[in-house]
Design a protein around this ligand. Structure first.
Ligand code: RP5
Length: 169
């Protein structure tokens, strides 16, 4: 878990929230992408069920603090992304965390089936979904940040270049 940013650090543009410490191995995939792309971000444990007051204040204050996008990951009865979307006008990207009991289908269904009016942009289950959440946040921010758009284009080119054309044993 990252420590609170030092005073000299740039204000975070992306807030990564998760329901539990146990979600961090998944959500840190999003944090890694944001770090690679030099996007200031913060990571916090904010549980819809265990710390509902923290969820309320985070959602209410997020836009005013300068955040532009929220990535919210949770597992099981994964109410955090949807409740966060109900408390902030910022785009919320949901990450279903894989669960032992139901493989993350419970998380996926809990996050993706939002009622009309309060969308959550739901990613795939697990680490790939978290990494894509980081990339989706980057793409949103890149719409108004040409330098970031260039870093993102270079990141994608490097990924393409890393894929061999011929399979090997
Ligand atoms: C959810 O319950 C969390 O998002 C986590 O995925 C799941 C299990 O939490 P722990 O019991 O591991 O803290 O709220």
């Amino acid at each position: 878990m990252n420590d609170p940013a030092p005073p000299s650090a740039p204000a975070p543009l992306v807030g990564i929230v998760m329901g539990s410490q146990s979600d961090w191995p998944t959500l840190k995939e999003a944090a890694r992408i944001l770090s690679d792309l030099e996007i200031p971000h913060e990571s916090r444990i904010v549980s819809a069920h265990r710390t509902p007051d923290r969820l309320w204040s985070y959602g209410r204050e997020a836009a005013g603090r300068g955040l532009k996008v929220i990535i919210a990951g949770a597992g099981g009865a994964a109410h955090l992304p949807g409740m966060m979307a109900s408390k902030t006008p910022l785009p919320v990207i949901g990450v279903p965390v894989e669960t032992r009991a139901l493989g993350g289908l419970d998380s996926l269904y809990s996050i993706v089936q939002m009622p009309r009016g309060f969308p959550v942009a739901t990613m795939a289950i697990g680490g790939a979904g978290a990494a894509n959440a980081g990339l989706m946040a980057a793409q949103i921010l890149a719409l108004s940040d040409p330098a970031l758009a260039a870093r993102l284009a270079a990141w994608r080119e490097a990924l393409s270049a890393s894929v061999p054309e011929v399979p090997h044993d």
